[in-house]
Design a protein around this ligand. Structure first.
Ligand code: ADP
Ligand code: ASP
Ligand code: MG
Length: 405
């Protein structure tokens, strides 16, 4: 008898017929004698719809109330999935994140899991139930409802698999696995049979939303091997696991595009020690993640000054502007300009460690495609560039063609 954690994303539970299909799949595993814990997302579009409603009232709603609101999406699907299983005569019990013992810190909308007390889940499993847990949500030490960031149901599943010491963790989604690029944008993309945690981390951090970044961090830290596969068929998916030596033979494993970033530039910052520290301390204190940073020194009237550009997630842009404008008297910059029409394309692969000329080939390919590069950043296994948003798809296809076809 195996203990299996299965996570079903928004499209996989997007209507009642799909929920019935999920129930059938779960029932089949259980009929084979396995214990099954199911983690579900909100039905597709529900979380976005709730965010839209709040923003109709105010552009910057209270983060505590957003968590109370968004947690309702997953609460609908756990009950519907339990009802669908019960209809198949499979005993099933739904649990909210709090009921499942998921304890988080108190950072609303981006909470981190602190610990999981799985006693109740074990008790219900031992009684013969399928346990359906609401993804994306938890409860803080002080009893507040929290959520784990967009795509956070992936994290719920992986953290539960670790806490329950599950034999298998399966992430069911609307594509057959992890591809060399988003198959919806790059028709020639190929499904990967396997990928290392580090490559999946870099892809997830660069816009490949097939897995939430923090869920992959968690999987790597606790060595949770998991499979990404389709809820719509029985094809084998992609295994995400620790790197093996043969993985280095491939220079570029995948290409990704992130359209969810915005760039903020502060013009005319005085070039003195401590200015950058003050800016990024202010953003960090507001829990805003900064991705790329570029600083250019210039001279005006004999005074050295700098322009500082950085990127943040689009939903954080308004908050970032508020922080920056609040610091204006202290930092003394001339003006701040936001640019939301940017895209970030990245190439990722552990083979980059042992191959040279990868960045040069990337820049050549982009030049030939007529794509201008605005910012560059690299890690040991990734090269990312910021470009104009409307060139994103073109750039991605050109890079996929150059490195992966
Ligand atoms: P779920 O609702 O199941 O969590 P998501 O929409 O969050 O699913 O993630 C699945 C989507 O991720 C796919 O439909 C696909 O368009 C997108 N995607 C982006 N990059 C990739 C990639 N490299 N491989 C597979 N899918 C990708
Ligand atoms: N419903 C949440 C979202 O749309 C969490 C998830 O789907 O994983 O981001
Ligand atoms: Mg997702």
């Amino acid at each position: 008898m195996a203990l299996i954690v299965q996570k079903y994303g928004g499209t996989s539970v997007g209507n009642t017929e799909r929920i019935r299909n999920v129930a059938k799949r779960v029932a089949a595993y259980r009929a084979d004698g396995d214990q099954v814990v199911v983690v579900v997302s909100a039905m597709s579009g529900v979380t976005d719809g709730l965010i839209r409603l709040a923003k109709e009232i105010t552009p910057l709603p209270s983060e505590r109330e957003m968590d109370v609101l968004l947690a309702t999406g997953e609460q609908q699907t756990i009950a519907l999935t339990a009802i669908a299983l019960q209809t198949l005569n499979v005993p099933a019990v739904s649990l909210t994140g709090a009921q499942a013992g998921i304890v988080t810190d108190g950072v609303h909308t981006k909470a981190k899991i602190q610990n999981i007390s799985p006693a109740e889940v074990h008790r219900l499993l031992d009684e013969g139930n399928v346990v359906i847990v609401a993804g994306f949500q938890g409860q803080s030490f002080s009893g507040q409802i929290t959520t784990l960031g967009r795509g956070g149901s992936d994290l719920t599943a992986i953290a539960l698999a670790a806490a329950l010491k599950a034999d298998l963790c399966q992430i069911y989604t609307d594509v057959d696995g992890v591809y060399t690029a988003d198959p919806r944008l790059v028709p020639n993309a190929r499904k990967l049979p396997e990928i290392s945690y580090d490559e999946m981390l870099e892809l997830a951090g660069s816009g490949a939303k097939v897995m939430q970044l923090r869920s992959v961090e968690f999987a790597k830290k606790f060595d949770v091997v998991f499979e990404v596969r389709s809820s719509l068929n029985d094809h084998p998916g992609t295994i995400v696991k620790e790197e093996t030596s043969s993985m280095e033979d491939v220079v570029v494993r995948g290409v990704s595009l992130d359209k969810n970033q915005a760039k903020l530039t502060l013009f005319g910052v005085r070039d003195e020690p401590g200015r950058a520290a003050r800016i990024f301390r202010g953003l960090a204190d507001a829990n805003i993640n900064v991705d790329m940073i570029v600083q250019n020194v210039s001279h005006e009237g004999g005074i050295r000054q700098t322009d500082i550009s950085f990127t943040v997630d689009k939903p954080d842009l308004l908050k970032a502007r508020q922080v920056i404008d609040g610091l204006k008297p202290e930092i003394g910059f001339k003006e701040s300009v936001a640019d939301e029409s940017i895209g970030k394309v990245s190439i990722v692969g552990v083979g980059m460690r042992s191959h040279s000329g990868v960045a040069a080939k990337m820049f050549d390919t982009l030049a030939q495609a007529g794509v201008n590069i605005e910012m560059i950043s690299t890690s040991e296994i990734k090269v990312s560039v910021v470009i104009a948003a409307d060139k994103g798809d073109l750039a991605m296809r050109a890079l996929h063609h150059a490195f992966l076809e």
